[in-house]
Design a protein. Structure first.
Length: 133
């Protein structure tokens, strides 16, 4: 999980209406099966998702899926899915369920690649969280 839901999992006082997931290009089919099991359906077939790099699950929730491609910040720092996965942090959400999030440094990189005003606010919160850990 990435985006503002990841920040919420870390305790950030922010709001969002959707979920954002970064998925490895080889994991689209099992991801789709997992979401279909809970009534969320992919907006694109796996081949099209691989080609376009993103798709959505929708029903009563919205989940934006970014298909793993290297993300680059404006100053040229590159973050790959495999590198972020190797450094991931797992958050226990109860009842034996854990969610995997990028480490704080990698969340900052994903936010820097977006460079939207709300991303800059999120980066400030992440930097404070990093210093306090």
């Amino acid at each position: 999980m990435i985006g503002r839901r990841a920040l919420i999992m870390l305790g950030a006082p922010v709001l969002t209406n959707d979920y954002d997931v970064w998925a490895h290009i080889d994991d689209i089919e099992p991801l789709n099966q997992s979401f279909e099991a809970i009534g969320l359906y992919a907006s694109k077939a796996p081949a099209e998702a691989r080609r376009t790099g993103r798709y959505v699950f929708e029903n009563d929730l919205r989940v934006d899926v970014l298909v793993a491609r290297p993300a680059s910040t404006p100053d040229g720092v590159v973050l790959t899915f495999d590198d972020a996965w190797a450094r991931r942090q797992s958050v226990d959400v109860g009842e034996g369920i854990t969610l995997d999030l990028p480490c704080i440094d990698d969340l900052i990189l994903t936010k820097r690649s977006g460079s939207r005003p709300k991303d800059m606010i999120d980066i400030q919160w992440l930097e404070v969280a990093r210093r306090s850990r």
